[in-house]
Design a protein around this ligand. Structure first.
Ligand code: NAD
Length: 256
């Protein structure tokens, strides 16, 4: 079993949104002893979250404003991380955008944007993190975020472009798992169903919540803290033999 160094960093993207999954993941990993780099496109939100988390945590926390879809921005983000934080051993890619456009509404611009943020953004963050994990010699953990939409084609809050982008994340995760496995780096994908965040256009109305819950065997939408628990397991020392997998966290929606 891998032994991680006492001081190690997890990079978590998509931590700008107040009710989003990213903040729950970052808070949980901070409690579990990770130093944190929290990253988001929304500079103001992520920097104030980093201040909050820093006050709660015994480990260093760095807030980084960056665009995951822009190679120069990703490199600049990692230069800052390298300068002040312990070695990066976990990369968690949660930054994402939805796309409500149906098949015939998809223009090349909309398609490119949704693929860029969800898929290319994951690739760029993975490459930057994995280079450091290899150089550090500790191995590492990468967790990408797909969606139930990659399997069922969507409909709840996102459609064709998002489904394609989240399916790309699955293939990318498996390919990276093969190539990075020999370096002691695991790559896995989480596959959430409807989770109670603002990605569906703000807080759910009671009516919408009831309608979405009706399609879920568990009879409810998920809470972001439940996703954080799965991520925490996948980045842990004990998860070193879990590689190239994709894990539904959807109350059983994938069976319906
Ligand atoms: P959210 O909208 O609350 O958070 C997404 C975050 O990503 C935001 O803070 C946003 O500013 C950030 N972001 C967007 N574009 C970015 C960019 N180019 N660079 C850096 N940051 C950027 O969403 P969430 O519900 O917390 O979703 C987190 C992840 O989980 C996303 O990848 C989403 O697609 C996926 N997911 C969510 C659900 C759900 O029901 N909430 C279901 C399946 C998958």
């Amino acid at each position: 079993m891998t032994t991680f160094p006492e001081l190690r960093t997890a990079v978590v993207t998509g931590t700008g949104s107040e009710r989003g999954i990213g903040r729950h993941v970052a808070r949980r990993l901070a409690r579990e002893g990770w130093a944190l780099a929290v990253l988001d496109l929304n500079a103001e939100a992520v920097l104030s979250f980093a201040d909050e988390l820093s006050a709660e945590s015994e480990r260093p926390v760095l807030g980084v404003a960056a665009d995951v879809a822009d190679p120069a921005s990703v490199e600049a983000a990692f230069s800052r991380i390298d300068a002040v934080l312990p070695p990066v051993l976990a990369q968690i890619n949660l930054a994402g955008i939805a796309s409500p456009h149906s098949f015939f509404e998809l223009t090349k611009e909309i398609w490119s944007e949704v693929i860029d943020v969800n898929a290319t953004g994951s690739l760029l963050m993975m490459q930057a993190a994995a280079r450091r994990m290899i150089d550090g010699g500790w191995g590492g953990r990468i967790v990408n975020t797909s969606s139930i939409t990659a399997y069922d084609g969507g409909g709840t809050f996102s459609k064709a472009g998002y489904a394609a982008a989240k399916a790309a994340v699955l293939g990318l995760t498996r390919a990276a798992a093969r190539e990075l496995g020999p370096h002691g780096i695991t790559c896995n994908a989480i596959v959430p169903g409807p989770i109670d965040t603002d990605i569906m256009g703000g807080p759910l109305s009671d009516e919408r919540r009831a309608s979405i819950s009706g399609d879920i065997p568990a009879g409810r939408v998920g809470h972001p803290s439940e996703v954080a628990a799965l991520v925490s397991f996948l980045v842990g020392e004990e998860a070193g033999f879990i590689n190239g997998g994709s894990y539904f966290i959807d109350g059983g929606k994938h069976m319906v």
